[in-house]
Design a protein around this ligand. Structure first.
Ligand SMILES: CC(C)(COP(=O)(O)OP(=O)(O)OC[C@H]1O[C@@H](n2cnc3c(N)ncnc32)[C@H](O)[C@@H]1OP(=O)(O)O)[C@@H](O)C(=O)NCCC(=O)NCCS
Length: 151
């Protein structure tokens, strides 16, 4: 049984573990901490197994500005992918946005990141733009997605 909840300071090292296992250029510990410890403008949701003491197995980081928000990062431990944890994190992020009266949730994703694109589209995000050559010294496009909330 997977539980999604707001991250606590003590989750930092296991979030970093998920991050490092998921990206070739992972966020630093400081970057992640800024989402855990700034509850007014940022949020970090973690997925953890129900068993007490179990560490974080996935996480998402969000940023809020006026009535809009952005999913800045999302990752699930490689060994536990394909089990619906990413979808649960997105659904919890949307619920958090509803509680914060957010009207649009944005994100960007590499054109080649098929698992993430399928996940976002399945969760109702629509492609709204493109930044050509945004990643890796002009090598890969960023696709911009948005989800209207409460309409
Ligand atoms: C993207 C990521 C978070 C998805 O997490 P996940 O827990 O595996 O996703 P889920 O199991 O909830 O999958 C939900 C849907 O996403 C799609 N999906 C997930 N993995 C997929 C894959 N390998 N290939 C194709 N579609 C995939 C499917 O549509 C799936 O729904 P279905 O199982 O009913 O077909 C995970 O792959 C990850 O951590 N990737 C590395 C980090 C990353 O790229 N983050 C996104 C940055 S923008």
């Amino acid at each position: 049984m997977i539980r999604i909840e707001e991250a606590r300071d003590g989750d930092l090292s296991s979030i970093v573990r998920v991050e490092r296992a998921s990206f070739p250029n992972p966020w630093s510990e400081e970057s992640i901490l800024s989402f855990v410890s700034q509850p007014d403008r940022r949020a970090c949701l973690v997925a953890r197994d129900q068993k007490p003491g179990d560490g974080v197995i996935g996480y998402t980081a969000l940023q809020f500005a006026a009535d809009e928000a952005e999913i800045c990062n999302l990752a699930v431990l490689p060994s536990l992918r394909g089990k619906g944890i990413g979808a649960l994190l997105i659904q919890s992020a949307v619920e958090l946005c509803v509680r914060n009266s957010v009207s649009v949730l944005h994100l960007e994703v590499r054109r080649g990141n098929v698992p993430a694109i399928r996940l976002y589209e399945k969760q109702g995000f629509r492609r709204v733009g493109i930044r050509r050559g945004y990643y890796g010294d002009g090598k890969e496009d960023a696709l911009l997605y948005a989800l209207r909330i409460g309409s």
